[in-house]
Design a protein around this ligand. Structure first.
Ligand SMILES: [Zn+2]
Length: 302
């Protein structure tokens, strides 16, 4: 069974008026619940992440001001997701907790686990941006190292937008390798420096994308010692995505996902999948692609 952390607050904690497709969480969960897949799926309810865990990757002032609802207007504006609901704090803590709990499960069971949310890679040490408040990947990676003695962590970010917050948080940390495949002419317009950045031209298609990914995995990552992998599996490289600018197909994304699962198997490394971005309008192609990802991962669980 693939365990997937999920709570209805992922959707309900966002205002329907927010410029963000909040329904995608609910729609993906419904699709998964209705599907039959060989390995099976079990949904788990996440608990809120602790303040102590957040401080492994975030500044105390930022964490405390957010929790108390005292962030400056300019800081809130940079995050977006407005208008904020009364439960935005609870939602954010639970969503981050999902990735932390999936990490513990993946390590203890030496397998794959997932969060039906998260991959909030634009959050920096002391501020948020681009729909991201706390960086679940960074927090969970540091929890894995603190609580489970994990040495080298790989964060493989295949969302169409650069994982700028993650890159900045781990800039001077050799124990965490950050990789970002992203559309070069896209948000964030001021790029940070990941350990490996693979900028892609607008309009990049399946063939070019997959060729680059295969060669990158083989040449750069195969020789490395990796104890744990995060897969930020955004589906916003889809041709239909309104924030993407690439032209990948649903099948191309499935092939991408399979390459990462095969790579994790070859490395014998536990893997946590986070959802990342998906902004097709209407949202259906994004929902399908997100669901494909989790179903493919579940089929890997024997
Ligand atoms: Zn994105």
């Amino acid at each position: 069974m693939l365990p997937i952390w999920y709570s209805p607050i992922y959707t309900e904690g966002l205002d329907p008026k927010a410029r963000f497709p909040r329904e995608r969480y609910r729609l993906v969960q419904e699709r998964l619940a209705a599907a039959t897949v060989s390995g099976g799926i079990s949904f788990r309810r996440p608990c809120p992440v602790s303040r102590e865990d957040l401080l492994l990757a975030h500044a105390p002032d930022y964490v405390d001001n957010f929790i108390k609802g005292q962030l400056d207007e300019a800081v809130v504006r940079r995050i977006g997701l407005r208008p904020w609901t009364e439960v935005i704090v609870e939602r954010t803590l639970i969503l981050t907790g999902g990735t932390v709990e999936a990490t513990a499960w993946a390590i203890e069971n030496h397998g794959f686990a997932a969060n039906l949310g998260g991959g909030t890679h634009h959050a920096y040490y002391d501020f948020g941006s681009g729909y991201c408040i706390f960086n679940d990947l960074a927090v969970a990676a540091r929890v894995a190292q603190r609580d489970f003695g994990i040495g080298s962590v790989l964060i493989l970010d295949l969302d169409v937008h650069q994982g700028d917050g993650t890159a900045a948080i781990f800039e001077n940390d050799d124990s965490v390798t950050t990789v970002s495949f992203h559309c070069e002419k896209n948000f964030p317009f001021r790029k940070m420096t990941s350990d490996f950045d693979v900028p892609l031209e607008e309009g990049t298609d399946d063939v070019t994308y997959l060729d680059k990914l295969v060669c990158f995995l083989r040449r750069e990552l195969s020789p490395m010692d990796i104890d744990f992998i995060y897969f930020q599996a955004g589906v916003d490289p889809l041709a239909s995505d309104r924030l993407g600018h690439l032209t990948l197909s649903r099948e191309g994304l499935m092939e991408r996902n399979q390459l990462i699962f095969d790579f994790a198997r070859a490395k014998d490394a536990p893997l946590v999948i986070t959802m990342g971005g998906g902004y097709s309008d209407p949202i259906d192609p994004s929902v399908e692609a997100h669901a494909d990802l989790f179903l493919q991962a579940a089929a890997e669980m024997k």
